[in-house]
Design a protein around this ligand. Structure first.
Ligand code: GLV
Ligand code: MN
Ligand code: MN
Length: 416
């Protein structure tokens, strides 16, 4: 294969699917609010399932709602080459995060159909449930359950802020499937995703071959103080849980700034407070703290600093702080055989690439524990993501889609 005789996706058709998706849960004109297992998520899933059925795929849904659309191969005994991502979005998300990867998978199937290409192994497009964790925690819920890293019962029992249960909502939208969870061998897994950071865009490079992820840990933090009167309680006697949270949030952010030169990241993205009313000192705050670092040693130093910030906030606000580990990823690298396949295919296609680590969470980390996996990043404008203005450039996205197509085809047809 060379650049001339390689396969190419149909760019107009790919864009039509992305544009159609952008109408389902449209938010603030250019964005999407398509929370996991919502009515909008159902509408998008139903459309995806209708599309893949028209394209000749068999569809299975498992017990957490992951969707598997299989284009059969000539040898039904071989596990499929999988291509996946997610169709749920953040609460004020963009049109491409997750969606691009699923639609590129669909476009791979359609391009093979156009040419009547029969592959040896099946090609399967997977839609993972609740990648974002925006409505139900944790993120990567569907892929973690698939990888048996999250018990099914725990996933099904998770509640959203309105008290609705994930399992009930999954039933409501008709995606509590019958396929057994996780007993589903994969030959390998590819995920194409926008970078969600500015490097490819700034460098004018259209392909990131992702070798692994930043080591990431999210902590669930409970801060306990005591209610008392906002007027009557002397300042020195207060045990204000929200003040403890305030010190900790600022401390965590300072740690992120201190590690910025070595690309460390810290975020306190969520806070819940009780009673959260005027006139009364808050008694209980729940906080999430998320920190990330490209290497393990740096991650460990940050972790030690965060523990110190917790102790300092505890002492200064006279509160008790309890820490539970929430979710984590980024501990292992992607499969060398898949990385090499992408590199060799990019060279054949004449597409420049760079290797990189992902700073964001992806279902591929969970799948990588079961099957050789790898990711392709494509540029997004200024690295902006989890924002309704998320934007991509068509000409700079197609090389990634074509790399995915040709690499998946090679892998599906390999003899050994
Ligand atoms: C999810 O995309 C994350 O990186 O937190
Ligand atoms: Mn995503
Ligand atoms: Mn996201």
């Amino acid at each position: 294969m060379n650049a001339e005789n390689s396969l190419k996706v149909d760019a107009d058709r790919l864009w039509a699917t992305i544009d159609r998706s952008a109408q389902i849960g449209r938010f603030r004109d250019t964005g999407l609010r398509r929370l996991a297992v919502s009515s909008e998520d159902k509408e998008m899933r139903d459309l995806f399932v209708a599309w893949v059925r028209e394209d000749g795929c068999a569809v299975e849904v498992d017990a957490v709602g992951n969707i598997f659309a299989r284009r059969p191969g000539s040898d039904p005994n071989l596990p499929p080459v999988a291509i996946g991502s997610h169709l749920d979005t953040q609460i004020c998300g963009g049109r491409y995060d997750g969606v691009l990867g699923v639609m590129c998978g669909l476009e791979v199937i359609r391009t093979l159909n156009d040419r009547s290409i029969q592959t040896r192994r099946a090609i399967e497009v997977i839609v993972w449930t609740n990648e974002e964790g925006a409505r139900f925690s944790p993120p990567l819920m569907g892929s973690l359950a698939f990888a048996h890293r999250l018990p099914l019962a725990q996933a099904l029992d998770t509640k959203d802020d309105a008290g609705l249960r994930f399992g009930d909502e999954l039933e409501r939208i008709g995606y509590a499937g019958k396929a057994p969870l996780g007993n589903h061998p994969l030959d390998c897994y590819f995920e194409l995703h926008i970078e969600q950071a500015p490097h490819l865009d700034r460098e004018g490079c259209d392909i990131g071959i992702v070798v692994g992820g930043y080591k990431t840990l999210a902590l669930r933090i409970d801060i306990r103080g005591e209610t008392s009167h906002s007027g009557g309680t002397p300042m020195a006697d207060r045990r204000n849980a929200l003040v403890g949270a305030g010190y900790l949030i600022a401390g965590v952010n300072d740690i992120g700034l201190a590690y910025a030169a070595e690309r460390g990241r810290t975020t306190s993205p969520r806070i819940e407070c009780f009673p959260n009313l005027p006139g009364i000192i808050p008694e209980h705050v729940r906080l999430i703290v998320d920190f990330r670092h490209p290497d393990t040693a740096g991650f460990d130093r940050m972790h030690a600093d965060i523990k110190q910030a917790i102790a300092a906030a505890e002492a200064k606000a006279r509160v008790a702080i309890e820490v539970t580990e929430g979710w984590s990823w980024g501990t292992s690298l992607f499969a060398p055989e898949c990385i090499e396949l992408l590199k060799a295919t990019a060279v054949e296609l004449g597409i420049p690439y760079r290797e990189m680590l992902s700073q964001a969470g992806h279902d591929a980390y969970a799948v990588a524990e079961l099957a050789p996996s790898v990711m392709i990043f494509t540029p997004c404008r200024d690295g902006i993501s989890h924002n309704t203005t998320e934007e991509i450039d068509r000409a700079r996205t197609l090389p990634g889609a074509n790399l995915l197509l040709n690499a998946a085809l090679k892998r599906a047809n390999r003899s050994s």
